[in-house]
Design a protein around this ligand. Structure first.
Ligand code: ATP
Ligand code: MG
Length: 270
């Protein structure tokens, strides 16, 4: 059995591009012939189904409520890509972290472990469920844009995870950069703040340029990598997917086959 690399895509600030990034990285790895499961973790505020132009009856909420097995909730999107969508406008579990944790580990882990990659598109903010998905994943991608407000929120999400779960390893992805240079300087500012105030330095995963064709792909309800594979942002995303694949190889010894999501340990007293 192969090991699964689980990746949580998080941001702090909303609307920075998490869902499009999770979708296109998953799609890119699928075109590289790897089995990928994409999980909409924005419980109650689904968006991946909309980005793909599909409608669905059964969602991750049904899976968590126990009526439907993961194999029935998952939809095949492409040859090697499956999606577990979320519901829009209804969610009864609220933010009850211990309940969510055991439900995810019990009901999702065995199914997800059959995939080589699990991408979790978390909602915006730093609420309990976002923290939980981040802590269960093997790799955390913090998406920021070069805007100061987004950098501040990206910093905040890392600070909260460091104090609640003791997590200190993060990858930063700069999205909507006007140029590679602007993206680099935004990363350096964020990394310097982390180093100064949190005593760790997040790694740079990559830079995705601002690209009108991504907005058009959203309108057309197709992944950018399918709609315009030669667009600048599509090339950036494909390069980041290749980097993640390389990281999977490098992390292989730290991953346990059969366990896609690990049991997180909350720090005492927080
Ligand atoms: N690289 C980019 N170039 C141009 N526009 C972009 C880019 N990335 C994201 N956008 C724009 O930002 C919008 C929001 O993206 P997306 O829905 O992926 O963000 P999100 O972080 O998932 O939002 P939420 O926090 O609401 O879940 C997209 O519809 C698109 O218009
Ligand atoms: Mg989203």
């Amino acid at each position: 059995m192969n090991s699964t690399l689980s990746v949580a895509v998080i941001s702090g600030k909303g609307g920075v591009g998490k869902s499009n990034i999770a979708l296109n990285l998953a799609y890119a790895l699928n075109t590289m012939q790897h089995k990928v499961l994409l999980l909409d973790c924005d419980l109650g505020l689904a968006s991946l189904d909309v980005l793909l132009g599909i409608s669905t009856e059964e969602t991750v909420e049904n899976l968590l409520e126990g009526d439907v097995p993961a194999s029935r909730v998952a939809l095949q999107i492409d040859t090697h890509l499956s999606l577990i969508p979320a519901a829009s406008g209804s969610y009864s579990l609220g933010d009850s972290e211990p309940a969510l944790q055991s439900l995810f580990l019990e009901r999702l882990n065995p199914f997800a472990a059959e995939f080589k990659y699990l991408f979790m598109d978390a909602g915006a903010g730093i609420g309990g469920s976002v923290q939980l998905f981040s802590a269960m994943a093997a790799l955390r991608v913090v998406v920021v844009t070069p805007e100061p407000t987004s950098l501040t929120d990206g910093y905040a999400v890392m600070k909260v995870l460091a104090s609640s779960y003791g997590i200190r390893d993060f990858f930063v992805l700069i999205n909507q950069a006007d140029s590679v240079k602007e993206g680099e300087s935004a990363y350096l500012r964020l990394a310097a703040s982390c180093e100064k105030f949190l005593s760790f330095r997040p790694l740079q995963l990559g830079i995705v340029r601002s690209d009108e064709q991504l907005t058009e792909a959203v309108r057309q309800q197709k992944p950018l990598l399918r709609y315009a594979p030669d667009a600048p942002a599509a090339k950036d995303l494909a390069a980041i997917a290749a980097r993640i694949h390389k990281l999977h190889g490098e992390m292989a010894r730290r991953l346990t086959p059969g366990i896609a999501l690990r049991k997180p340990e909350r720090r005492m007293g927080v």
